[in-house]
Design a binder for this molecule. Structure first.
Ligand SMILES: Cc1cc2nc3c(=O)[nH]c(=O)nc-3n(C[C@H](O)[C@H](O)[C@H](O)COP(=O)(O)O)c2cc1C
Ligand code: SF4
Ligand code: SF4
Ligand code: SF4
Ligand code: FES
Length: 595
């Protein structure tokens, strides 16, 4: 018997960690208690993107979209929605809308999105290969194996204009072609699922929600370049993605889609997982290969490039998760179809992990060329808490800040590079006026210094020196000469570091100096932090005219720096104050000021 209703529950990490698993169990229990197991199917999907409002539940065929659903809402969903056909209004995304149902098409968050990579995330149960197959899964592989030569696959990729989504944006067809022409008894295909950028979770979510799309693409790559073995290099701290990949690999083998003589053809290919210990530098391709081989993950000079001399000295293609997830669709719909999406030089879509001070943070996919304003305001719902936009950081620690003047810039590889940032892998962090740009640059430098492998001096010493200079500026002990020094160090790091980590580590400093020099100067010359973030530069004071002597501040001060009698004006001993800000937070009379 067919099902009358499908209850889709987001099984992404964000929703699962917010009582999502209990919610699935509660819904299953309610469906069973109501005797509906034959007519209602409960499906755990991958991330629907709208993580801010999770856990998300979607009901088909009505396409009703419920947000912030708790396990205790399960009874209402089954009894009211499923049995009585009445929408549970209080769980709708926008309860002010008096519509009886609000489907995805009614939600602003999805309006400007276009899902290719995330086509199956939130739609299928990632643990069931049949659901992937029902959505044209593995049809591209079948087409490649039986209707196309490897050169025809390459031609389609070239036509599509697909470029690597791991950061550098190298044309995927070209990379595969280099590996294909190499003569070797063994070649390898590697998927880079390391994803260590702070704030980025695109690749992890794609693997959690649609692991087969990546396995299928890797197999197509294997066929194209002549590799019989593939590895997914994934960090061990992504347990859900790992389990889903393991299940997917086992199912693909059982269906003859991996292993010997795939689909009865003469082509054999198999995939194994390799777990990384969570070092950012292991995302760099030569370090990644060393790590797979069981050596310490340290970069080595290129050339030779992995496509010529990679794993165990054999030709190897390394591609990012998102790059791969595009490939089955390109083969099915054609390179020309794909090339129509996006801009002249950047084709297709880009997945971003939109985080920071936006109202709707989450995972989004937009055509290349969408502007930052559309992403932040139309999809992200604007800035949270009535604050104003200050800057956005793309490209994580290798990228740069984008100020307000570029909000209408269409986002693609070239335009971002022109203004001193990069596309990177897709972390997009939005800042408001309460964020300090110097502090943000220091955060990224802290990260890269921690993650540097230490092999070469420009990165090891330059990164540490930059970090120390930034720290000194945030503490009010910086000088104007430090700015010139930072620029010199940044130049040296860019030109003399061995790998991308050191070459790009200074980008957040360089770009913030370019657009927010006045903010650096305020820290150095005026000893003030305009966003009031840098603790050392703040001073707390009590206005005797506003203070009513309620004693609240004196009671919370951890170092007894506040003196005063009840019902009389209080005073802060600035020498004793450790600038924790608690008095500022508790004073209900606005008597405490901080400058
Ligand atoms: C320090 C560093 C970290 C990187 N981390 C990743 C990563 O986590 N995932 C990724 O796909 N590429 C990462 N890259 C880029 C890869 O080295 C490589 O260019 C990419 O995986 C190639 O795939 P693509 O052509 O599909 O983009 C990193 C590069 C550097 C220098
Ligand atoms: S640039 Fe940094 S991370 Fe890269 S090899 Fe040199 S020290 Fe290691
Ligand atoms: S909390 Fe405010 S009003 Fe109360 S004593 Fe402190 S400064 Fe005065
Ligand atoms: S900022 Fe903290 S330490 Fe300083 S006076 Fe207020 S409560 Fe005390
Ligand atoms: S994890 Fe549930 S919507 Fe993203």
């Amino acid at each position: 018997m067919g099902y009358k209703h499908y209850i889709l529950i987001c099984g992404g990490t964000a929703c699962e960690s917010n009582h999502g698993i209990e919610l699935v169990e509660a819904l299953k229990r309610e469906v069973e208690a109501a005797g509906l197991v034959n007519t209602v199917q409960v499906v755990r999907t991958g991330c629907l993107g709208f993580c801010e409002k999770g856990p998300i539940v979607k009901i088909l065929p009505e396409d009703t979209f419920y947000v912030e659903v708790k396990p205790q809402d399960a009874a209402d969903i089954v009894n009211e929605h499923i049995i009585k056909g009445r929408t549970v209004t209080r769980l709708l995304y926008d309860t002010n809308q008096s519509k009886s149902r609000v489907g995805i098409e009614g939600i602003d968050f999805y309006q400007k999105q276009f899902r290719i990579v995330l086509r199956n995330c939130g739609v299928i149960d990632p643990d069931k290969i049949d659901e992937y197959i029902a959505r044209e899964g593995y049809v591209a592989l079948e087409k490649a194996l039986f209707e196309m030569t490897p050169d025809q696959v390459l031609a389609e990729l070239d036509k599509s204009g697909l470029r690597g989504r791991g950061g550098a944006g190298f044309p995927t067809g070209k990379k595969w072609a280099f590996a294909k022409v190499q003569k070797a008894d063994q070649k390898y295909m590697v998927c880079n699922a390391d994803e260590g950028d702070p704030g980025a979770y695109m690749d992890r979510s794609t693997l959690e929600g649609d692991p087969h799309s990546v396995l299928e693409a890797m197999t197509i790559a294997g066929y194209t370049i002549g590799a019989s073995k593939g590895y997914v290099y994934i960090r061990a701290e992504y347990p859900l993605a790992i389990t889903r990949l393991e299940t997917a690999i086992a199912q693909a083998r059982a269906y003859g889609l991996l292993g010997e003589n795939i689909l009865g053809s003469s082509f054999s290919f198999d995939i194994e997982l390799r777990l990384g210990a969570g070092a950012f530098v292991c995302g760099e391709e030569t370090a990644l290969l060393a790590s797979i081989e069981g050596r310490r993950g340290m970069p080595t000079p290129r050339p030779p490039f992995p496509a010529v001399k990679g794993l165990w000295g054999k030709p190897t293609v390394i591609n990012n998760v998102e790059t791969l997830a595009n490939i089955p669709v390109i083969l099915l719909k054609g390179g020309d179809w794909f090339a129509k999406i996006g801009t002249a030089t950047s084709k297709g879509t880009k997945v971003f992990a939109l985080t920071g001070k936006v109202k709707n943070s989450g995972l989004i996919e937009v055509p290349m060329g969408t502007t930052l304003r559309e992403i932040i305001y139309d999809i992200g719902g604007g800035i949270r808490g009535g604050h104003s936009f200050k800057a956005a950081q793309t490209g994580g620690p290798s990228g740069g800040v984008i100020p307000e003047q570029f909000l209408d810039l269409p986002i693609d590889y070239e335009s971002l590079a022109k203004i001193g940032s990069i596309m990177g892998s897709g972390g997009l962090i939005v800042m408001d006026e309460t964020d300090c740009i110097v502090d943000v640059a220091k955060f990224y430098l802290d990260f890269t210094v921690d993650e540097s492998c230490g092999k070469c001096a420009p990165c090891r010493i330059g990164g540490r020196t930059l970090c120390n200079l930034l720290t000194s500026i945030t503490r009010g002990t910086g000088t104007l000469a430090d700015i010139d020094r930072m620029r010199e160090i940044a130049d040296a790091m860019r030109s003399a570091s061995l790998c991308g980590l050191g070459q790009t580590a200074s980008n957040p400093v360089v770009s913030s100096l370019r657009y927010f020099l006045d903010e650096y100067q305020a820290h150095i010359v005026d000893k003030k932090c305009p966003s009031k973030k840098c603790k050392s530069l703040l001073s707390y004071r009590i206005d005797p005219l506003k203070c009513v002597g309620c004693t609240a501040c004196a009671r919370v001060c951890p170092v007894n720096a506040i003196r005063g009698e009840r019902k009389q004006a209080h005073v802060i001993d600035t020498a004793a104050c450790i600038k924790c800000g608690q008095c500022f937070t508790v004073c209900k009379f606005g008597a405490v000021s901080r400058d």
